[in-house]
Ligand binder design. Sequence first.
Ligand SMILES: Nc1ncnc2c1ncn2[C@@H]1O[C@H](COP(=O)(O)OP(=O)(O)O)[C@@H](O)[C@H]1O
Ligand SMILES: [Mg+2]
Length: 321
Amino acid sequence: MGHIHVIHENTAWLEPLAGALDAQGLPWRDWHLDQGAFDLSQPPPAGVFYNRMSASSHTRGHRFAAELTAAVLAWLESYGRRVVNGSRALDLEISKARQYGALEAAGIRTPRTIVVAGPDLLAETMQRHFNGGPAILKPNRGGKGLGVRLFHSAKGLQDFLASPEYERPVDGLHLLQEYVPAERPLITRVEFVGGRFLYAVEVDTSDGFELCPADACAFGDAYCPAGEQPRAKFTIIDAIDTLLRQRYEAFLRANHIEVAGLEFIRDREGVTYTYDVNTNTNYNAEAERRAGRSAMTMLARYLGEELAATARHTPTAAASA
Ligand SMILES: Nc1ncnc2c1ncn2[C@@H]1O[C@H](COP(=O)(O)OP(=O)(O)O)[C@@H](O)[C@H]1O
Ligand SMILES: [Mg+2]
C-alpha cells in the first residue's frame, strides 16, 4: 500500500513525528527535500505524502527547498497522489500576504497590512499609512519570528534599515503591519489535525517575538519569572471561541489544508486578529506533558488513516507496493 512520505527540510523538527509514526508501526519514509532530480514523466512512488516544508527553510541553508517542494507537489498532484498539506498549503506557508488574502476571504480579521517591495519605500510608507507609528515590520516569507520588529517611529525604522542588523526578506517583500496591543502579553496558537480543532496553546510573549514551539527552539527557562505564580511559557487550553473555531475550520477546508497552527492576538477591546498561518507545525512537548496531550500521536494516526484510505481506493498501487 506504499508509504507515508514525509517531505521536510529540518531533521530536528522531524524527530517527534518519526517517533509517533514508529510507535504506531506505520510504514513511512523520510523525504528530506533540499536537492534532487525528478523525472516529471514518471509516476511518483505509491502512498500518501505529507508536506512539512517550512517558510524558514532558507535560514537553514536550504535556499531553494520551498521552490523545489512546489515543483514536486505539482508533480505528485498531477499523478493524483494524496498529498496532506498540498500545494495550496505551501503557497500560504511561504507568503503572509497570501495568508491574509485567504483569511479575509474566509471572514477572518487580519491586522491592516501594507506590502512593500523595496526598502527605500518603507519609512515613507510607515509615515503615510501608520501616521509615523507604531508599526510592525515583518518579512512576507517568515518563520520563527525572525525579522519581526516593532517600530515606534519612521525614523527608528529608517535607522534600522541602515544598520547591519537589517536583512532583506528572501522573496524581496516586506510587510508593514498595524501593531495590535494585546490585552495580556500572550498570543494564542490554534492547532488543527485533519482540518479539525485539536487544542490551542497560549504563548507568553513577555520575552519577545521568537515563538517557535519546537523543543529545538525552546527557551532554556520555560517559565516566565514575572508574576506571582511561575507561568509556563506555553500553556495548552482545550477550547477557543466557537465562532472563531468554525471560521478557522472553514478556512482550512476552503484551502485544502489539513494540518496547521493558526495564531491570533486579542486586543484590549476584545477584538481578535489572526496574523500567522503555520502549515509546518511543531508542538511543545513540555506543555503537552503537563496537559496529557500528544498532537504528534494524533497526526501519525491521521496519516495512517489517510494511507489506509488511499490503499482502499487505488487497488493497483496496493497490489504493486
Ligand atoms: N500585528 C502584530 N501586533 C502585535 N504583535 C505581533 C503582530 N504580528 C506579530 N506579532 C508578534 O510577533 C510574533 C511573530 O510574528 P509572526 O507573524 O507570527 O511571524 P512568524 O511567521 O515568523 O512566526 C507573533 O507571535 C506575535 O507575538
Ligand atoms: Mg508566528
